[in-house]
Design a protein around this ligand. Structure first.
Ligand code: M6R
Length: 365
């Protein structure tokens, strides 16, 4: 049931504090250390792995883009994230020393399932992050970590995405500690930060009224652009996908550094540009991109940490998130984007839980 909410989507958006808490805390033991269910992969196995592919579709792919940052940071192995329907026909370098991580809410997505079977046939180790217990992808993988997000009914994925990111981080931390690529101290400190996330998600959800107001400015727009660098670019892609699928508004995510290579030509008076600026190292760069689009008349809506008040000079609206680690910022900054997609779709009178032409799980190619 919708438990008093107008749509499953908004109910599921609001379930994210609990969903992220379940994904994490069910795997913390009495010492506060991560115990990844039955994933008993050994240090010897991890030492052999020289290549990691993260493969998925749609929102799960976008979560995998964030997952790459976590895995590379803690496991120090290069990661390629790819779309399942591309990967399966690309003749990838998969062998016994490859780890393939799949992410799928439903666990039934046809392209992702086919990547799983192919990877296993080539001797790779396959680990899946799935939400639906007992689904095909979960059953056929060598190892599965469930997200424990609870049933996701709305076609637009929300809590599956944020819990998948938590799952990627937990895998990266656990494997990194096992392999010795992070210290016990770094590991424990990071878990402490991760434990704050559910409450911080709840905190960010308080921006709902502000987002409702902003959504009124966007309801009649033909195009909306999302800008980011690094991990923020991945979040931008997820924000754009969300608003396309449920509000039928054309939206595109740009890597902010690419603006000058073509896309800035699209910026004109009144075009909404959502700017994500949560990555510390990239903040100054984002600030100048923000100024560039503002100077061309864009309606700049920025999302940044509460300490970055400088954005106000070049933004029409600012949505603040708490100050957190760069990877964790991706879990928080997507929340306003989910709400924005929801309220623009609502203003436009769209069928939010069942958008046209889409199915919840894509079991055919
Ligand atoms: O069940 P899966 O996670 O494998 O589904 C993948 C995509 O079909 C899914 O994320 C889709 O992109 C959502 N409708 C996006 O909101």
């Amino acid at each position: 049931s919708k438990a008093g909410y107008d749509h499953f989507m908004i109910k599921e958006i609001y379930e994210q504090p609990e969903a992220t808490r379940n994904t994490l805390e069910r795997r913390l033991d009495a010492n506060g250390e991560i115990k990844l269910d039955d994933i008993n992969i050994t240090k010897e196995q991890l030492d052999k792995i020289n290549k990691i592919y993260i493969v998925a579709c749609g929102t799960a792919y976008n979560a995998g883009l964030v997952g790459k940052h976590a895995v590379e940071r803690f496991l120090k192995v290069p990661v390629v994230t790819d779309i399942a329907s591309e990967f399966r026909y690309s003749d990838p370098f998969v062998d016994e020393n490859t780890l393939v991580i799949l992410a799928s809410q439903s666990g039934e997505t046809a392209d992702t399932l086919s990547v799983l079977r192919e990877a296993k046939a080539k001797g790779a180790t396959v680990l899946s992050i799935a939400n639906v217990v007992g689904s095909s992808i979960a059953r056929e993988s060598d190892y599965t970590l469930y997200t424990w997000a609870g049933p996701e009914i709305a076609v637009a994925s929300t809590k599956a995405y944020t819990t998948q990111i938590v799952a990627f981080i937990m895998i990266a931390l656990d494997f990194g500690l096992k392999k010795g690529t992070i210290t016990k101290e770094e590991y424990m400190n990071y878990i402490a930060e991760l434990k704050e996330i559910p409450d911080q998600v709840a905190e960010v959800l308080k921006c709902e009224d502000q987002i409702k107001e902003i959504s009124k400015q966007l309801v009649d727009k033909n195009d909306i652009f999302y800008l980011g660098r690094g991990l923020d670019y991945s979040t931008a892609m997820e924000g754009a996908l969300k608003i396309k699928e449920i509000s039928y508004t054309h939206a595109e995510a740009f890597a902010a550094g690419e603006l000058k290579h073509g896309t800035i030509a699209l910026i004109e008076e009144g075009v909404p540009v959502i700017v994500l600026a949560t990555q510390q190292r990239l903040f100054e760069k984002m600030l100048s991109n923000m100024q560039e689009v503002k100077a061309r008349g864009a309606n700049v809506i920025s999302i940044t940490e509460v300490t970055n008040k400088e954005v106000e000079k070049s933004s029409d609206s600012v949505i603040y998130i708490p100050e957190v680690d760069n990877i964790l910022a991706g879990i928080l900054s997507v929340i306003p984007l989910q709400l924005l997609a929801y309220y623009v779709a609502k203003e436009r009178g769209c069928d939010i839980d069942k958008p046209r032409n889409l199915a919840k799980s894509v079991t055919v190619e």
